[in-house]
Write a protein that binds this ligand. Structure first.
Ligand SMILES: Nc1ncnc2c1ncn2[C@@H]1O[C@H](COP(=O)(O)OP(=O)(O)OP(=O)(O)O)[C@@H](O)[C@H]1O
Ligand SMILES: [Mg+2]
Length: 365
């Protein structure tokens, strides 16, 4: 069951354009096992697509290698390609073929017999909800429908491993939710291993059991979302009072309950803790016992953006175009800045074991 479907060793890719070398992917080592759903996050330019393009044999690595479904990307590209599906970052563009014919052509491309292609196309039309527009041409489809077709195309030959580069980008919330249902179904029905990139952090948080964060070509975190949030970020507790003097008195009380640094903004105190759901009611009770009136108390669980902030000092939104660059002649070892926190995993991530984050507490009065 723990069969490794992706195993990378020092995977590296540099591009040199006009004497400047971009270290798009720098010495990346990780593995993913059968059945995993891995979300690959990172700011624009982090190296996610480049990693996927190497793993799918579209571009060769500059150094290092990977085995994908047991085949080496450097020496056996055909062996890899036959066993994976890949849906790139850009949509399929406009085709004048009908949806069903598009699927059948893809089957032929993979060397499937006509009979197998027809059977598989029908199966995917069913499972990806394409039936109502299977006879339309591709250019008549909406963005969400086209993206579902893209995924069906990647699955025609029933690969055990599917790479999706930003499958949900640009879709409305309902289409995104719908697409995710299909992705999750693929796993339940066919045991497909899915490795995908997304900029929607809440999607990764909610659906992926494993989150890998890339920044400047390096993997800087690799774990389940709950553990990442519990270990790298915390719940932000905010307690509001009628007056600054109350807040100052409260600060002393809270100081006895938690060692976390407490900051004050006017009559509001805030602190970041790992056990907010336990601590918040205790704080409110103690303040009450001291006769300090709490006007407002909230606990906000961390997001994956807080995790990225904790790792890099930047939010994902601020961090775009972050690939490391060197001028020609500089040592390439200068790539990447956060190697001390790099993780390389050779075993599957533990399942979510961290304490559940508190749900946002309502406003107390
Ligand atoms: N063919 C290429 N030639 C030169 N530079 C490239 C090439 N492909 C990618 N790069 C550079 O490599 C870096 C990583 O790009 P990549 O597309 O992998 O980022 P990404 O993480 O997928 O970003 P995004 O979230 O914007 O899709 C970027 O700085 C990019 O400009
Ligand atoms: Mg990309």
């Amino acid at each position: 069951m723990n069969e490794s479907l992706i195993e990378t060793e020092g995977l590296t890719k540099s591009f040199t354009v006009k004497k400047t070398t971009v270290h798009a992917v720098a010495d990346v080592s990780f593995s993913a096992v059968r059945g995993e759903l891995v979300a690959f996050l990172g700011p624009n330019g982090a190296g996610k697509s480049t990693t996927l393009r190497m793993l799918t044999t579209l571009i060769p690595p500059s150094a290092g290698t990977a085995r994908v479904v047991g085949h080496d990307i450097r020496t056996d590209a055909a062996g890899v390609r036959a066993r994976i599906g890949y849906v790139g970052q850009l949509t399929s563009g406009s085709f004048s073929q009908r949806v069903r014919d598009e699927l059948l052509s893809q089957g032929a491309f993979y060397g499937m017999s006509k009979r197998d292609s027809v059977r598989r196309a029908d199966e995917l039309i069913g499972s990806l909800d394409l039936a109502s527009f299977a006879n339309r041409t591709v250019q008549q489809l909406s963005g969400g429908q086209k993206r579902r077709l893209d995924i069906a195309l990647g699955l025609m030959h029933a690969p055990p491993l599917l790479f999706l580069d930003e499958p949900s980008t640009g879709l409305d919330p309902q289409s995104r939710a719908n697409l995710w249902e299909h992705i999750l179904d693929l796993r339940t029905q066919h045991g497909t291993t899915v490795f995908l990139t997304t900029h929607y952090l809440e999607e990764a948080d909610r659906y992926a059991e494993r989150v890998m964060v890339m920044d400047k070509g390096r993997i800087i975190a690799d774990d389940d979302a709950a553990s990442l949030k519990a270990t790298l970020a915390g719940d932000v507790l905010t307690v509001g009072f009628a007056a600054e003097a109350d807040a100052e008195r409260a600060r002393a009380v809270i100081g006895r309950l938690s060692s976390a640094a407490v900051t004050r903004d006017g009559a509001t105190l805030s602190l970041t803790v790992s056990d907010g759901d336990r601590l918040l009611p205790v704080v409110v009770r103690e303040l009450d016992a001291e006769g300090i009136v709490v006007q407002r108390a909230t606990g906000v669980p961390p997001t994956l953006d807080d995790v990225f902030l904790a790792l890099t000092g930047r939010t994902l939104r601020e961090a775009g175009e972050g690939a490391a660059e060197t001028e020609e002649g500089e040592p390439t070892g200068a790539a990447g800045t956060i190697s001390s926190t790099s993780t390389s995993t050779s075993s599957p991530s533990p399942s979510a074991t961290a304490a559940a984050s508190p749900t946002t507490s309502g406003v107390l009065s």
